[in-house]
Write a protein that binds this ligand. Structure first.
Ligand SMILES: C[S@@+](CC[C@H](N)C(=O)[O-])C[C@H]1O[C@@H](n2cnc3c(N)ncnc32)[C@H](O)[C@@H]1O
Length: 222
């Protein structure tokens, strides 16, 4: 049976990007349930922005998606030369009538954070994936996350940077509770973990490692 979510994915797939179906669905569901502003670090051509902005529109939630990006790509995107994804990003937002829900911020993550005095109900980190940048993104933006808000890291599987940031900054941090993992997105709530919540966080982090191992084995067999 063709569901409403299927048609959302079909449109999302017209936008270049790496976000998987299940990850998009997670962004859509979380953004549907949260009021207030959301910031994403790393928008590229807007696939993840699309899911979150559409969720705001469909559910008449207040707040905007602040899309922070230099729009010039990360190192892995510029191996074959310079890129600029800004116009394509804007065209994609206009194509799906969600521009009213999006505030593009063309800047580096750290400069944008320094110039921003808003708070956010959700932060999605998907910028540069090396350890230093992923950690700087976390340190610059996390103080702006409201209590009870959601913090999401993309690429916690197979990318050393984001997974090390989770280990260093989240796993033993009594301000955050790891809620789950969907494909490569680990999603975390800014709320003190209970004893069981902390245990669950370690189990989710362990499961992440197992998933990565299985993925590597599968890839070697192909
Ligand atoms: C993996 S892509 C984002 C993909 C996007 N979330 C999606 O769903 O398609 C990473 C993006 O981060 C941006 N980026 C990398 N380093 C950045 C930095 N220091 N400040 C701002 N943006 C950065 C790149 O320009 C690139 O567009």
């Amino acid at each position: 049976m063709f569901t409403e979510m299927d048609s959302i994915h079909k449109n999302a797939n017209t936008i270049n990007g790496w976000l998987s179906r299940s990850e998009g669905e997670l962004l859509y569901k979380l953004a549907s349930s949260l009021s207030g502003n959301i910031v994403e670090i790393g928008s590229f051509e807007g696939r993840s922005t699309f899911y979150m902005a559409l969720a705001k529109k469909d559910n008449e939630k207040n707040g905007f998606i602040y899309a922070v990006d230099t729009f010039t790509g990360s190192t892995e995107h510029t191996k074959h030369g310079k890129i600029d994804t800004y116009n394509t990003f804007i065209d994609n937002m206009k194509k799906y009538n969600i521009m009213d829900y999006v505030k593009p911020i063309r800047n580096t993550s750290i400069k944008a954070a320094n110039e921003c005095n808003r708070s956010f109900s959700m932060i999605f980190i998907d910028g540069a994936h090396d350890h230093d940048n992923a950690k700087s993104d976390f340190l610059a933006w996390s103080p702006k996350l409201e209590d009870g808000g959601m913090l999401l890291f993309h690429d916690t599987i197979m990318w050393k940077g984001p997974k090390r940031v989770i280990k260093e900054c989240i796993l033993n941090n009594d301000e955050y509770t790891i809620k789950g993992i969907v494909h490569s997105i680990m999603y975390i709530q800014k709320s003190p973990p209970s004893f069981l919540g902390k245990l669950k966080g370690f189990l989710i982090y362990g499961y992440r490692g197992l998933y990565e191992l299985m993925y590597k084995i599968k890839k070697r067999k192909l």
